[in-house]
Design a protein around this ligand. Sequence first.
Ligand code: KG4
Ligand code: ZN
Length: 374
Amino acid sequence: MPRVVGRAHPNGNACDMTLTVLGIESSCDDTSAAVVRRGSDGRGAILSNVVFGQADLHAGFGGVVPEIAARAHAERLDHCAEAALSRADVTLGGIDAIAVTAGPGLIGGVMAGVMFAKGLAAATLRPLIGVNHLAGHALTPRLTDGVGFPYLMLLASGGHCQFLLVEAADRFRRLGGTIDDAPGEAFDKVAKLLGLGQPGGPPVEEAARRGDPARFALPRPLLDRPGCDLSFSGLKTAVLRARDGALVDGALPAQARDDLCASFQRAVSETLAEKSRRALAEVAHLSPSCFAVAGGVAANTELREALGDVAGAVPMLAPPLALCTDNAAMIAWAGIERWDLGHRDGMDLGARPRWPLDSEAAPLIGSGRKGAKA
Ligand code: KG4
Ligand code: ZN
């Protein structure tokens, strides 16, 4: 049972114990296990965070292959958890609870993680806590910086794109999201159109540094509509048309490619910045403690600068990249937060391909290449 040694949590959660949680993540193409300890001061400490990426396994297929991903998770979860415990210098006996991503995501991978966590929970007689993967991302600023509720979060990755008002560890209000592709997906597809490598974000950003962002007039999707919803699929098509128009003797000159990257990146940054300005205005009366960004796309320097500009007086927070992208430390932390609220799961914990954080928000039409997650 958990050891009772602590006092009140600085951010308002009931917290009277030190808690050491093993987190498990396997919802897409990263197998991850982590040990996170919430200390008597209420703050989380990451004792280990092991991520076995699968990019090499999917490289030849132009995207994540669910069957290959599930198989790799099943084969690697035990090694991954062993490595996480060993790096944390903790034995299974020193773990108080097991937190696992129970959705949303690619169902084969989520099932592999949930089954593995159930086995561990049964063998160790420790409680099991099912975590929503998106809650893991959304609660990361509390793990890294101890921010208080409420705060605004923009989650922008290859699989997710949404604005969330985080009101409590189990209360999220979605202000808007993508109705088709996620922004990382758009970066990846544009990279493919322009003959750059995968994942597309880094090479597009690199090429954009040499390019002229004003050369190609690309659309700023959905800016003519009120609200914070986003769309990136039309932008990708506009890049395709611009590319075809810039061909010389059937080939794309390097300068045109760089200019196209710069124009595309500017369009994404300006669109996300304008939608962020609207989201911030919508929640201003609640005095959010910060505007946090997460997801692989948050690595983009031009985007970060554009978001920082619109944040104004609200502190902008971008957790370290390793904690912005998929990892199990965020799942362990979200498990700790759920524990504080009294949530526990049993052997009937299910794996959910879809699991919206805000069950009252209208469903979005799509939400990225990993399926309609939210
Ligand atoms: O969060 P993440 O590691 O995985 C999920 O999709 O969940 O995000 C990966 C995405 C990819 O689409 C990648 O192209 C994009 O993040 N990305 C970037 C940059 N680095 C990674 N996009 C724009 N600029 C970057 N520097
Ligand atoms: Zn994710």
